[in-house]
Design a binder for this molecule. Structure first.
Ligand SMILES: [Zn+2]
Ligand SMILES: [Zn+2]
Length: 364
């Protein structure tokens, strides 16, 4: 992007004003797009270079900082054909309203620096964070929670306007009712005029006669905010739901904060959770374990989970019931349930049991 303007015009860094002018005229003639063999791109480049080097101030700026201000594209530089031949000098600063967005940004920031962008600012509403505890059963089904928060809400009397509508309005003195003001600034780039929306009346041209009594002109008051938050199935412990704009109301046009709902999942007496999978321990006696009995377990949602202890089942292994775990957040198949067996050895053996076990010993 950084072009060497001296190179573009084919002159030395020490070239005199006259030399630069001559070089520019020669090249501009040569590359004029209306001419046979003309080159519009080249022509624009030449114009751009001349607009800087042909101007004493801009040239010294360029010499010191390099091609710093070609970043915005110099909207005036070759932006159109020059009617009636070539300009003898640098076109007036104010004529290059090329509408380039980044150029406008630069002007905007200059206005701000010079205090031209006087803006009435109102406090924005703050963000609110609330914690909602839910059960693992609610993770399974999803749940709707009603929240009732004591916070800033738009003033009920003026509806957040900050003034009393009934008392009427009077003409804004800043813009004399026009709703816009003209800002003229002498800037590095030359004089510049801009029409902008009146900062005092917000462009309406009118100012309220009296501030709202209820909120003293703030447009907000402490009140109750009632809202519902939908907690989707499969949500993880610690997950945060953001409700944009549902936080504290701001002053007048200050904007509202956001509401963050932090979800906490309470521990469950039976099931431990790992993402969408559930883990449980089931007590069985040794005979059931050995005989490969079918186990019945109550699932999280109350459903009966039946699982058979397979032959040769190792006690370190887990039994799996597929598809009976939790739904996955955002959709997808349900996770699984894994069951670990806790095998109980009898504390006291009856005479009969002892006899049976002795017989068993010979069998296995
Ligand atoms: Zn009010
Ligand atoms: Zn105004």
């Amino acid at each position: 992007m950084n072009k060497d303007y001296y190179q573009v015009l084919g002159v030395d860094k020490t070239a005199s004003e006259e030399d630069i002018k001559k070089a520019y005229r020669k090249l501009a003639h040569q590359h004029h797009p209306d001419k046979a063999g003309g080159d519009e791109k080249k022509f624009k480049e030449i114009n751009e270079a001349y607009q800087v080097l042909g101007n004493k101030e801009k040239r010294s700026q360029y010499d010191r900082f390099g091609s710093s201000f070609d970043q915005g594209g110099f909207p005036g530089g070759g932006a159109g054909p020059f009617p009636g031949g070539f300009p003898g000098g640098f076109p007036g600063g104010a004529s290059w309203g090329g509408g380039a967005e980044d150029m406008n940004d630069i002007f905007e920031s200059i206005f701000e620096q010079f205090g031209g962008g006087r803006r009435r600012t109102y406090s924005a509403g703050r963000d609110i964070e609330v914690i909602q505890e839910i059960t693992l059963e609610e993770v399974l089904t999803g749940v709707n929670r009603h929240l009732s928060l004591k916070t800033y809400v738009p003033c009920a009397v003026c509806g957040g306007l900050g003034y009393d509508k009934k008392q009427g309005t009077s003409q804004c003195t800043t813009c004399r009712g026009r709703g816009e003001i003209k800002v003229e600034r002498r800037t590095f780039f030359g004089n510049f005029a801009q029409v902008r929306s009146c900062p005092d009346c917000g462009g309406s041209g009118e100012l309220p006669k009296a501030p709202c009594n209820e909120c003293k002109g703030k447009g907000r008051a402490i009140g109750r905010k009632e809202l519902d938050v939908q907690i989707a199935p499969g949500i993880e412990d610690g997950q945060i739901i953001k409700l944009s704009g549902a936080g504290e109301a701001g002053e007048k046009s200050g904007g509202s904060g956001d509401l963050y709902v932090v979800v906490r999942v309470k521990p469950h007496p039976v099931f431990k959770r790992q993402k969408a999978d559930l883990y449980a321990v089931k007590s069985v006696n040794i005979a059931d374990a050995l005989l490969g009995k079918e186990l019945t377990l109550e699932g999280l949602g109350g459903e009966k989970l039946k699982v058979e202890i397979p032959k040769g089942f190792g006690l370190q292994e887990k039994l799996r019931v597929s598809g009976k775990g939790l739904p996955r957040f955002g959709g997808g198949a349900r996770g699984d349930v894994y069951i670990t067996l806790d095998v109980h050895l009898p504390k006291h053996l009856s005479e009969k049991a002892k006899k049976l076990l002795e017989d068993l010993e010979g069998e296995i």
